[in-house]
Unconditional design. Structure first.
Length: 147
Protein backbone atom coordinates (compact mmCIF):
# COMPACT_ATOMS: atom_id res chain seq x y z
CA UNK A 1 0.00 0.00 0.00
CA UNK A 2 1.16 3.50 -0.85
CA UNK A 3 0.24 6.85 0.56
CA UNK A 4 -1.09 9.37 -2.01
CA UNK A 5 -0.83 13.20 -1.82
CA UNK A 6 -3.92 13.48 0.41
CA UNK A 7 -2.52 11.02 2.96
CA UNK A 8 -4.89 8.23 1.94
CA UNK A 9 -3.68 4.68 1.52
CA UNK A 10 -4.01 3.40 -2.07
CA UNK A 11 -3.16 -0.02 -3.42
CA UNK A 12 0.04 -0.35 -5.45
CA UNK A 13 -0.17 -2.13 -8.78
CA UNK A 14 2.46 -4.83 -8.87
CA UNK A 15 3.46 -7.40 -11.45
CA UNK A 16 2.02 -5.79 -14.56
CA UNK A 17 5.30 -5.34 -16.37
CA UNK A 18 7.69 -8.08 -17.38
CA UNK A 19 11.06 -7.71 -15.71
CA UNK A 20 14.12 -9.25 -17.30
CA UNK A 21 17.77 -8.41 -17.60
CA UNK A 22 19.14 -6.65 -20.67
CA UNK A 23 20.37 -8.93 -23.43
CA UNK A 24 18.37 -11.95 -22.23
CA UNK A 25 17.46 -12.75 -25.87
CA UNK A 26 21.08 -13.76 -26.43
CA UNK A 27 20.45 -16.95 -24.43
CA UNK A 28 17.55 -18.13 -26.61
CA UNK A 29 17.42 -19.79 -30.02
CA UNK A 30 13.98 -18.35 -30.89
CA UNK A 31 12.34 -15.24 -29.46
CA UNK A 32 8.74 -14.53 -30.45
CA UNK A 33 7.12 -11.13 -29.99
CA UNK A 34 3.39 -11.67 -29.37
CA UNK A 35 1.00 -8.77 -29.92
CA UNK A 36 -2.33 -8.06 -28.22
CA UNK A 37 -4.14 -10.13 -30.90
CA UNK A 38 -2.00 -13.17 -30.00
CA UNK A 39 -0.13 -12.94 -33.30
CA UNK A 40 3.57 -13.86 -33.08
CA UNK A 41 6.54 -12.74 -35.10
CA UNK A 42 10.12 -13.87 -34.56
CA UNK A 43 12.46 -11.13 -33.40
CA UNK A 44 15.28 -13.68 -33.17
CA UNK A 45 15.47 -17.03 -34.92
CA UNK A 46 18.61 -19.13 -35.18
CA UNK A 47 16.64 -21.98 -36.75
CA UNK A 48 15.64 -20.05 -39.87
CA UNK A 49 12.11 -21.50 -39.69
CA UNK A 50 10.36 -18.23 -38.83
CA UNK A 51 12.61 -15.66 -40.54
CA UNK A 52 10.70 -13.18 -42.74
CA UNK A 53 7.38 -14.93 -42.08
CA UNK A 54 4.19 -12.94 -41.59
CA UNK A 55 2.65 -12.80 -38.13
CA UNK A 56 0.93 -16.04 -37.09
CA UNK A 57 -0.81 -17.65 -34.14
CA UNK A 58 1.38 -20.07 -32.22
CA UNK A 59 -0.25 -23.51 -32.14
CA UNK A 60 0.75 -27.03 -31.16
CA UNK A 61 1.94 -27.45 -34.76
CA UNK A 62 4.46 -24.66 -34.12
CA UNK A 63 5.73 -26.54 -31.07
CA UNK A 64 6.01 -29.77 -33.08
CA UNK A 65 7.98 -27.92 -35.78
CA UNK A 66 10.41 -26.60 -33.16
CA UNK A 67 10.67 -30.06 -31.56
CA UNK A 68 11.50 -31.64 -34.94
CA UNK A 69 14.25 -29.05 -35.42
CA UNK A 70 15.65 -29.88 -31.98
CA UNK A 71 15.56 -33.62 -32.64
CA UNK A 72 17.37 -33.17 -35.97
CA UNK A 73 20.33 -31.87 -34.01
CA UNK A 74 19.56 -28.19 -34.43
CA UNK A 75 20.63 -27.82 -38.04
CA UNK A 76 19.80 -24.33 -39.22
CA UNK A 77 17.50 -24.18 -42.22
CA UNK A 78 18.96 -20.86 -43.38
CA UNK A 79 22.51 -22.20 -43.87
CA UNK A 80 22.06 -24.58 -46.81
CA UNK A 81 24.68 -27.12 -47.81
CA UNK A 82 26.24 -27.38 -51.27
CA UNK A 83 23.68 -29.96 -52.43
CA UNK A 84 20.71 -27.73 -51.59
CA UNK A 85 22.41 -24.76 -53.29
CA UNK A 86 22.81 -26.82 -56.47
CA UNK A 87 19.19 -27.93 -56.20
CA UNK A 88 18.08 -24.29 -55.76
CA UNK A 89 20.14 -23.22 -58.80
CA UNK A 90 18.48 -25.93 -60.93
CA UNK A 91 15.01 -24.82 -59.76
CA UNK A 92 15.88 -21.25 -60.80
CA UNK A 93 16.94 -22.40 -64.26
CA UNK A 94 13.73 -24.42 -64.62
CA UNK A 95 11.59 -21.43 -63.66
CA UNK A 96 13.41 -19.26 -66.19
CA UNK A 97 12.68 -21.90 -68.84
CA UNK A 98 8.99 -21.82 -67.88
CA UNK A 99 8.91 -18.02 -68.23
CA UNK A 100 10.59 -18.19 -71.63
CA UNK A 101 8.21 -20.95 -72.77
CA UNK A 102 5.17 -18.67 -72.44
CA UNK A 103 3.93 -18.00 -75.96
CA UNK A 104 1.21 -15.45 -75.20
CA UNK A 105 0.27 -12.88 -72.60
CA UNK A 106 -2.41 -15.09 -71.03
CA UNK A 107 0.15 -17.81 -70.23
CA UNK A 108 2.63 -15.25 -68.88
CA UNK A 109 0.04 -13.51 -66.70
CA UNK A 110 -1.20 -16.85 -65.37
CA UNK A 111 2.38 -17.86 -64.45
CA UNK A 112 3.04 -14.45 -62.86
CA UNK A 113 -0.13 -14.54 -60.74
CA UNK A 114 0.46 -18.17 -59.68
CA UNK A 115 3.88 -17.31 -58.19
CA UNK A 116 3.56 -14.20 -55.99
CA UNK A 117 6.72 -15.05 -54.03
CA UNK A 118 8.77 -15.03 -57.25
CA UNK A 119 7.29 -11.91 -58.88
CA UNK A 120 9.94 -9.50 -57.58
CA UNK A 121 12.83 -11.94 -58.01
CA UNK A 122 12.04 -12.61 -61.68
CA UNK A 123 10.58 -9.18 -62.50
CA UNK A 124 13.09 -8.42 -65.26
CA UNK A 125 12.61 -11.84 -66.86
CA UNK A 126 8.81 -11.43 -66.86
CA UNK A 127 9.18 -7.97 -68.46
CA UNK A 128 11.62 -9.28 -71.09
CA UNK A 129 9.25 -12.13 -72.00
CA UNK A 130 6.30 -9.71 -72.14
CA UNK A 131 8.25 -7.51 -74.56
CA UNK A 132 9.25 -10.55 -76.64
CA UNK A 133 5.60 -11.66 -76.88
CA UNK A 134 4.45 -8.17 -77.88
CA UNK A 135 7.22 -7.82 -80.48
CA UNK A 136 6.92 -10.87 -82.77
CA UNK A 137 10.27 -11.90 -84.23
CA UNK A 138 8.95 -12.27 -87.78
CA UNK A 139 8.36 -8.50 -88.07
CA UNK A 140 10.94 -5.84 -88.52
CA UNK A 141 10.73 -2.53 -86.70
CA UNK A 142 9.13 -0.76 -89.70
CA UNK A 143 6.33 -3.35 -89.92
CA UNK A 144 7.49 -5.27 -92.98
CA UNK A 145 7.73 -9.04 -92.83
CA UNK A 146 11.10 -10.74 -92.59
CA UNK A 147 11.61 -13.82 -94.80
Amino acid sequence: MLTDKNGKMVPEKVGLKGVQRDGLEYDFTIVFDVNIKHQASASKDRTGMFVDKPEFTITSATGKQILEWCLEGGRSSHTPDVFSLTEEFEKNLQFLDVIQACKNMDELIKLFNANPSLQQIYREEFIAQKNAIRQPSNFRQNGTTAH
